[in-house]
Design a protein around this ligand. Structure first.
Ligand code: HEC
Length: 216
């Protein structure tokens, strides 16, 4: 009972989400609505106004759920580049990095008004299926195969028995089956471990581990 309570706390804090009403709307209230409080154009007075406002210069909705980088509202406030159109907002100043990061995270989490149940954020084994490596044992090339039901970023690291990372890769993959080939020509015979992580848009990362044997 006690253990599971502690695990629940860890679980919730590991996947804490940005909450619109307490963390995002106050930024707009303090820094934006003196200029964007009207009834036409970009209006930032409520969740429904924010998510239905269209930026004239960008020609699109200012909020793109799950995609901060494509959201005009993020482009207008981020500090690491100038906006594609017009001035950085708030006009004549800027938000703090913390505020910018909150807006980015809120967008990337789906731009929800209410917190979504944590379990919905999990990728399921149906989304990603790791088929392991073939051949195994191998010399000197093997390939790790996996099947994706959603587009995902896949990162792969291979370690030797001393824990040294000897191979690393990260790429975006489309739906379907894929293979990552690894060449061990420069490595000695032995056991190697790999860790592969999958992250689909709006989902938590899932990580799987495997073992393989190089026989020269
Ligand atoms: C002092 C007035 C002022 C404040 C404060 C202000 N804005 Fe603006 N905003 C403008 C003006 C003027 C424009 C149109 C010109 C431009 O895009 O630079 C604009 C345009 C925009 C656009 C539309 C871009 C398009 O496609 O036309 C967005 C999105 C935006 N602001 C977001 C914000 C956010 C978010 C805040 C608060 C962090 C904010 N603004 C604060 C004056 C302001």
């Amino acid at each position: 009972m006690r253990i599971s309570f502690i695990m629940l706390i860890l679980f919730i804090s590991a996947f804490s989400q940005v909450e619109y009403n307490t963390q995002i709307q106050p930024i707009f209230n303090n820094r934006c609505i003196n200029c964007h409080g009207g009834t036409s154009g970009v209006t930032l007075t409520s969740y429904s106004a924010v998510t239905t406002s269209i930026g004239n210069n960008y020609g699109t909705l200012i909020v793109v759920p799950f995609d901060a980088v494509s959201s005009p509202i993020y482009d207008k406030v981020r500090l690491d580049k100038s906006p594609d159109h017009g001035d950085r907002m708030p006009r004549g100043g800027s938000l703090s990095q913390t505020e910018v990061d909150l807006i980015r995270d809120w967008l990337n989490e789906g731009a929800n008004e209410a917190l979504v149940a944590v379990y919905e954020e999990y990728a399921t084994p149906v989304d990603f299926n790791l088929a392991g490596n073939y051949p195994n044992p191998f010399n000197p090339v093997t390939a790790i195969s996996f099947l994706l039901a959603k587009p995902a970023t896949v990162a792969l690291s291979v370690y030797n028995l001393s824990g040294l990372e000897i191979f690393v890769s990260q790429s975006d993959y489309s739906i379907g089956s894929h293979k990552q080939t690894i060449d061990f020509s420069n490595q000695p015979s032995g056991i190697y471990f790999y860790q592969i992580s999958f992250r689909a848009q709006g989902r938590q990362e899932i990580v799987q581990n495997g073992k393989m044997t190089l026989l020269k």
